[in-house]
Write a protein that binds this ligand. Structure first.
Ligand SMILES: NC(=O)c1ccc[n+]([C@@H]2O[C@H](COP(=O)([O-])OP(=O)(O)OC[C@H]3O[C@@H](n4cnc5c(N)ncnc54)[C@H](OP(=O)(O)O)[C@@H]3O)[C@@H](O)[C@H]2O)c1
Length: 313
């Protein structure tokens, strides 16, 4: 009943320590350790090598150690086993902090005040109320709904867009291709919390940018992306920031990560960037979550938050 932890690009020590603390009676191993592959029953993974997971004949479930699962669904040899994703208040709360912070940075004109401070210049601007600004959230899933609640509490008008029909108090909801244009035209600040799938790849392009509201109080639309970098056409975002069709943007995720030093995004006007840290996976919180799910599963309960391979999320 061994647990395998395979995290590429992350330091495994914190995960091993946190898992051993959460489940002292279980054996936890890393890919380089000596163990019999037949003893592995659960794999906790982040960006495992393609084909690696099919080498464990008795594997029962795969846990993605993040909310996104595109790092798994792109593996052509992924075994036909349940894939569980993280739905945990620790991770969700972190993303909501990032969304609220970045909505407020644009709403409260932080780029202007930071530049004014650097120039020792006292330059107050008119400030509108939150209720005058419409935030449109693409992806009304676990993360999108929590961010929507926080923004509503601050007084913003909130719209949401999803693949299937969603309902939420205080949020005007749109869905599917036919709902996209009416959603965009009511959006001053667009927030993408979409998973990366065949349908969402390159979705936010010039046409989407140009369909956003132009009559809002910010003087132009703003885009925030903390879903996945490849959902956004970076060239189109850059052009729109440069020629003023976009007033500003915040990006946490990029088509190529780490963002290459030669990327033009580094110097784009009115762009706030963070290096894919909006909602980090915390080893202590998420080890407790995964072990809790394993214990419930072994007690006969069904695994929760399973990825639908057909949908890709
Ligand atoms: N930057 C970071 O640090 C970080 C951390 C964690 C996660 N993420 C990203 O955040 C994403 C969302 O996480 P989550 O837990 O909220 O996922 P989720 O609960 O699965 O929600 C996904 C939402 O996106 C919608 N959606 C999917 N495909 C769509 C399409 N083609 N058109 C319209 N809507 C579509 C879904 O619609 P339905 O409601 O109709 O299904 C759902 O509302 C993850 O997949 C990951 O990429 C980023």
């Amino acid at each position: 009943m061994t647990i395998l932890v395979a995290v590429r690009g992350w330091k495994p020590d914190h995960w091993i320590r946190a898992l051993r603390e959460a489940a002292p009676d279980r054996r936890v191993v890393l890919p380089g350790d000596e163990f019999d592959p037949a003893t592995i029953r659960y794999a906790l993974v982040w960006k495992p090598e393609p084909g690696y997971l099919k080498t464990f004949p008795n594997l029962e479930a795969i846990f993605s150690l993040g909310a996104g699962v595109d790092h798994l669904t792109t593996d052509p040899d992924l075994p036909d086993l349940p894939v569980v994703r993280i739905v945990d208040p620790d991770l969700t709360g972190r993303m909501t902090e990032w969304v609220v912070l970045n909505v407020l940075l644009h709403h409260r004109r932080h780029a202007h005040y930071a530049a004014a401070q650097a120039a020792a210049s006292w330059k107050p601007l008119r400030q509108w109320a939150a209720g005058a600004v419409r935030v449109g959230i693409m992806g009304l899933g676990e993360l999108g709904r929590d961010a929507a609640r926080a923004l509503l509490a601050l007084g913003f008008k909130v719209n949401g867009w999803s693949r299937t029909e969603r309902r939420m108090d205080g949020v005007e909801c749109f869905r599917g291709a036919q709902g996209l244009a009416p959603f965009l035209v009511r959006t001053d600040i667009l927030v993408s919390l979409l998973p990366l799938t065949a349908e969402t790849e390159n979705l936010i392009d010039r046409a989407v940018i140009d369909a956003l509201a132009k009559d809002g109080p910010l003087g132009g639309p703003v885009i925030l992306n903390a879903g996945r970098g490849r959902s956004l056409v970076e060239r189109d975002l850059l052009d729109a920031l440069k020629d003023g069709r976009l007033k500003g943007a915040s990006l946490d995720v990029f088509a190529t990560e780490p963002l290459p030093p030669e990327s033009l995004l580094w110097n784009a006007p009115n762009l706030f960037m963070t290096p894919h840290v909006a909602a980090e996976s915390d080893p202590v919180a998420l080890s407790r979550y995964v072990i809790g799910e394993i214990v419930a599963y072994e007690a006969g309960q069904p695994l929760r938050h399973l990825v639908d391979r057909g949908k890709g999320y």
